[in-house]
Design a binder for this molecule. Structure first.
Ligand code: HEM
Ligand code: HEM
Length: 153
């Protein structure tokens, strides 16, 4: 049976949770970048990280865990039904790929020991992360456009 397209639409609670988790991830990540690259103080023993830096990572880690639950909750209904009727597929899969890349690079930031690789993984992680709001906005705008047309990929 082909699912009815209107059931692809998220409920307001789930939609709000997607925006809230994404905003928490982007803001904590972006603030960490500002503190880390622009607000290092010269202390007695050389450059000292801003005291709010570790707090940004604590908030970011919590938001990442919440985000993975929220994004995962879209798979059984939102993604499966949109996939079945082939609506907004290219931008939908792109959002999933970005989230997967963020999860893998986030994992590597925790556990990859190499000092040479860390700056590359870090830059890859936050460059992809800063692009997420734009991609999500594009996905939503194109999805809403697609719901008034017969087909879209
Ligand atoms: C983690 C991945 C994804 C996230 C965070 C996400 C998020 C969203 C959000 C917030 C909306 C706007 C709210 C709404 O219209 O209900 C939306 C709309 C939409 N998404 Fe996704 N989405 C994801 C993956 C996908 C995939 C893989 C597809 C396609 C296979 C897809 C297809 C659509 C469609 C068709 C709409 C428009 C729904 C409508 O207006 O009736 N999404 N998405
Ligand atoms: C699915 C989404 C995401 C996951 C699972 C995730 C996960 C992680 C993890 C596990 C860390 C390491 C934290 C630590 O070292 O204590 C991290 C760091 C970081 N994340 Fe994310 N993140 C996500 C999205 C984002 C987004 C959207 C941004 C946007 C700017 C971002 C920016 C950063 C930054 C700047 C760091 C610090 C990098 C460093 O320590 O060198 N992340 N993230």
């Amino acid at each position: 049976m082909t699912p009815r397209p209107d059931t692809i639409r998220l409920g307001s609670l789930q939609e709000g949770a997607v925006y809230l988790a994404t905003a928490a991830l982007v803001f904590s990540g972006a603030l960490w970048l500002v503190l880390h690259y622009f607000m290092v103080k010269q202390g007695e023993f050389g450059p000292t990280p801003h005291p709010a830096e570790p707090w940004m990572l604590r908030i970011h880690g919590a938001a990442a865990m919440a985000g993975l639950i929220v994004y995962g909750s879209l798979l059984p209904i939102h993604v499966r039904r949109a996939w079945a009727v082939r609506r907004n597929v290219v931008l939908g899969i792109s959002v999933i790929c970005f989230m997967l890349l963020l999860t893998v690079t986030g994992y590597l930031l925790y556990y990859a020991g190499s000092e040479q690789l860390r700056p590359i993984i870090s830059a890859a992680h936050w460059v992809i992360g800063l692009a997420v709001p734009l991609l999500l906005w594009w996905h939503v705008a194109s999805g809403h456009g697609a719901s008034t047309k017969t087909s879209n990929s």
